[in-house]
Design a protein around this ligand. Structure first.
Ligand SMILES: O=C(O)CCC(=O)C(=O)O
Ligand SMILES: [Fe+2]
Length: 371
């Protein structure tokens, strides 16, 4: 039998999707990436995301992390019921090991619609915290522009995903509210160079992403991102200039009955002795908070030839990542809230005390467990 596993990550040219003569070719390549890989590189996205915005953002990132510790702590995540803000190095565990990264969670602009009495999970979306403008002039504007353009790219990309799965372009729209009522979560991440004595090179341990898709900017030339194929081997996904990396999350996998692959991935720290940290900016494109992906009202019908491609692919014999099985029964917002409570217990203790006690009956652990 032909081997359906992957040993490299496909590169797709977004501009092909924008012209009717080349779109069918793009859709076929996307179908392969969705079903067989779960990851792809996307080039030529300038119709949606200004290259100048990407360059300015890259220039700001080292300055953002170089802010005085006190200023970073002023916008710490614990201030925010929306889990948006700064997390110090070593605040999260994945698979029981500390993730060696420092990060700012910053989302697209959104006003929380939560009022007392509403479900808690409505409150995971809300305004971001930015550093004082005087400390890093212009960053806020660039970051907001970047997030909103990349989110719009994601919204268009989802129509292409629908087509690649044999659905009409709006075939996945039931999972989203109108764009103005959605929030998508970005992160600016620094993976420091470990010291000679460090026992671990875990930037972030093996995991799946939760939502529909993640659009990742590798903002420095370091390798380190790795993707796990069906055989369990780790395939390198080094930065390719002028591209985003796109991968699919558990919500899309559940919503498509396993046709789309959510693929396990991890990041290794830069090698000891590297001259600079690795930087990345993922944007996690969300689905609406109230959607229960397994509710019959959201069930999708796929043609037999698409289902056949899934069945021929086979399934993962073993994985290093286990998470988000809660999508079987819970609304998407609740799945996200539970994930956040586990990874940021200090934030949960302050803003969601009842849930906190459920997950941490013995009180605050030293660090959260991310996945
Ligand atoms: O930093 C990266 O390249 C990937 C990060 C990642 O997988 C995540 O934060 O979910
Ligand atoms: Fe990830």
């Amino acid at each position: 039998m032909e081997n359906k596993d992957f040993s490299s990550i496909p590169l797709l040219d977004y501009s092909l999707a924008l012209s009717s003569s080349t779109k069918p070719e793009f859709i076929l390549e996307l179908r392969y990436a969705l079903i067989n890989v779960g990851f792809l590189y996307l080039s030529n996205t300038d119709a949606m995301v200004d290259q100048s915005l990407i360059e300015s953002l890259k220039n700001y990132i080292p300055k953002l992390f170089a802010l005085p510790q006190e200023e970073k702590d002023n916008i710490r995540m614990a201030n925010s019921p929306h889990f948006l803000g700064y997390s110090r190095l070593g605040a999260e565990l994945t698979k029981g090991k500390t993730d060696y990264r420092e990060q700012f969670d910053i989302a697209t602009d959104h006003v929380s619609r939560w009022r007392p009495g509403d479900p808690d999970y409505w409150n995971i979306w809300g305004p971001s915290q930015y550093p004082d403008e005087a400390l890093i002039p212009g960053f806020q504007q660039i970051m907001k522009g970047y997030l909103s353009q990349v989110a719009a790219l994601g919204t268009h990309f989802i129509t292409l995903i629908a087509e690649a799965l044999g659905l009409p372009p709006d075939g996945l729209s039931r999972f989203h509210d109108i764009p103005d009522r959605m929030q998508h979560r970005g992160k600016v991440v620094q993976y420091p160079v470990p010291s000679e004595r460090s026992e671990s090179n875990q930037g972030v341990g093996p995991h799946y992403d939760a939502g529909f898709l993640t659009i990742l900017l590798q903002a420095s030339p370091h390798p380190g991102l790795q993707v796990q194929n069906l055989a369990g081997d780790w395939i390198e996904a080094p930065p390719i200039p002028g591209t985003f990396v796109i991968n699919f999350g558990r919500a899309l996998e559940f919503a498509t009955k396993g046709i789309v692959r959510a693929t396990s991935h991890r990041v290794l720290s830069p090698p000891v002795g590297s001259s600079s940290p690795r930087y990345s900016v993922p944007l996690f494109h969300n689905i609406a908070l109230d959607v229960k992906v397994r509710d019959p009202k959201y069930e999708l019908e796929f043609s037999p030839d698409i289902v056949k491609l899934r069945d021929e692919r086979g399934s993962l014999s073993q994985t290093d990542s286990i998470n988000y099985s809660e999508f079987e029964s819970q609304p998407s917002g609740m799945v996200q809230l539970m994930g956040r409570v586990k990874s940021h217990p200090d934030v949960a203790q302050r803003h969601y005390p009842t849930l906190f006690k459920q997950f941490f009956p013995d009180g605050l652990p030293k660090a959260g467990f991310a996945y």
